[in-house]
Write a protein that binds this ligand. Structure first.
Ligand code: FE
Length: 132
């Protein structure tokens, strides 16, 4: 089986664009309102830019006004890994792709109340949108 968790830095540098590498492997954040998908609301699925795993659906995407693609849930169980992140003097929950370990964004508790109250705040550059 292809072990996506143990790829070398060289593999990722070759596979990803420099911008994707910074976000997905070094946990950088793209500036708000600059990514490709924050204002995309077409029907389709969002796949991990690192490994191609389907992570989010347009069905759970909403406009949070924050400048990043925002979802109130993943497309299925086990797709995302959550990790405590205490960088920059604050506590946040980091969201990673379970399959390849790529950094996707952060999880916040200010999502839509009628949908469970979660906001998965995800970098556009970590995703590839596939229109239905
Ligand atoms: Fe992945």
């Amino acid at each position: 089986m292809d072990d996506m968790q143990n790829k070398s830095e060289e593999y990722w540098k070759e596979k990803l664009t420099p911008k994707q590498y910074k976000v997905m492997r070094l946990s950088a954040t793209e500036p708000p309102f600059t990514g490709e998908y924050y204002a995309t609301f077409d029907n389709g699925v969002y796949k991990c830019a690192g490994c191609g795993e389907t992570l989010f659906s347009s069905d759970t995407k909403y406009d949070a006004g924050c400048g990043w693609p925002s979802f109130w849930n993943a497309i299925g169980d086990g797709k995302l890994e959550l990790k405590d992140d205490n960088s920059f003097g604050m506590h946040r929950i980091e969201v990673l792709c379970s399959k390849c370990g790529g950094h996707l964004g952060h999880l916040f508790d200010d999502g839509p109340g009628d949908k469970g109250g979660k906001r998965y705040c995800i970098n556009s550059t970590s995703l590839n949108f596939e229109k239905k």
